[in-house]
Design a binder for this molecule. Structure first.
Ligand SMILES: [Zn+2]
Length: 91
């Protein structure tokens, strides 16, 4: 099912890919500027403002993981989970 322009539902969105990776890709509709985040079987649509907020949120989460541990992703995730459950360590 092709997605529709929010402002003009009779026309399907165009998809111009602006980034891709092994897990999916991001495309934008040049007519309505809706961003489409596509991951294997899921596609999510964002306004430019919401996509910016998503990007910032994901970046914040990654920065938190990177801050805790550089080499072991599983240990970093566990440390972030522990910190989220118990609050930041107060020195
Ligand atoms: Zn569109």
């Amino acid at each position: 099912m092709p997605s529709k322009h929010p402002q003009n539902p009779s026309e399907p969105c165009q998809h111009v890919t602006i980034a891709d990776s092994t897990i999916g890709h991001v495309s934008i509709c040049p007519e309505c500027s809706v961003l489409h985040l596509s991951l294997s079987h899921v596609s999510l649509r964002f306004t430019p403002e919401a996509f910016r907020a998503l990007s910032a949120m994901v970046g914040d989460a990654q920065a938190r993981l990177d801050h805790v541990a550089q080499s072991n992703a599983a240990a970093a995730a566990a440390a972030v989970i522990d910190e989220a459950r118990h609050g930041p360590k107060l020195h």
